[in-house]
Design a protein around this ligand. Structure first.
Ligand code: THU
Length: 160
């Protein structure tokens, strides 16, 4: 028996002005997507912006329904929209932002587990890391260099 450390590397930025122009632009697009979210039940609005290697930016936001489990997260709306419209394009990055109508979200909001699993499919298939940027409504922005760095011991098709 041995214990191992599983570590993740991330960069934490204090505000958008510390980001590269491209990253700041993608966060801005995620904010625009967030402002169109349909989240009347949770009142937690999430936006995601996916940058493809053809330069296209594909947006998504969370979509809820009165039957609560039938909703969908912003990240999966965005990545599936990208995958369906541009099936052969590599995904370079995804920016995510969240804001609540109940309080100010001042902590970075990382993608949920199901969204990480979904994004990992794209990262593995394209054999190129997807950069992940996530933030709240205000405050810090976290950036990781790959999706799999957010998903240690992940499940993939090699187990099937
Ligand atoms: N949500 C996302 O859109 N992305 C996440 O990664 C976490 C949660 C949405 C789902 C639901 O509409 C609302 O936020 C509250 O959970």
């Amino acid at each position: 028996m041995k214990k191992i450390d599983v570590t993740t590397k991330a960069t934490v930025f204090d505000n958008v002005s510390q980001l590269s122009t491209e990253d700041a632009f993608l966060i801005q697009k995620a904010i625009e997507a967030r402002q169109k979210a349909y989240a009347p039940y949770s009142k937690f609005n999430v936006g995601a912006a996916v940058l493809l290697d053809n330069g296209q930016v594909v947006l998504g936001n969370n979509q809820e329904s009165a039957a609560y489990p039938s909703g969908m997260c912003a990240e999966r709306v965005a990545i599936w929209k990208a995958g369906s419209e541009y099936p052969n394009m590599k995904v370079l990055k995804i920016a995510i932002t969240a804001a609540s109508e109940n309080s100010t979200v001042d902590k970075p909001v990382g993608p949920c587990g199901a969204c990480r699993q979904t994004l990992s499919e794209y990262e593995i298939n394209q054999k190129q890391p997807i950069e992940i940027l996530f933030t709240g409504e205000v405050g810090q922005i976290v950036k990781t260099e790959s999706l799999l760095s957010l998903l240690p011991f992940s499940f993939d098709s090699s187990y099937l």
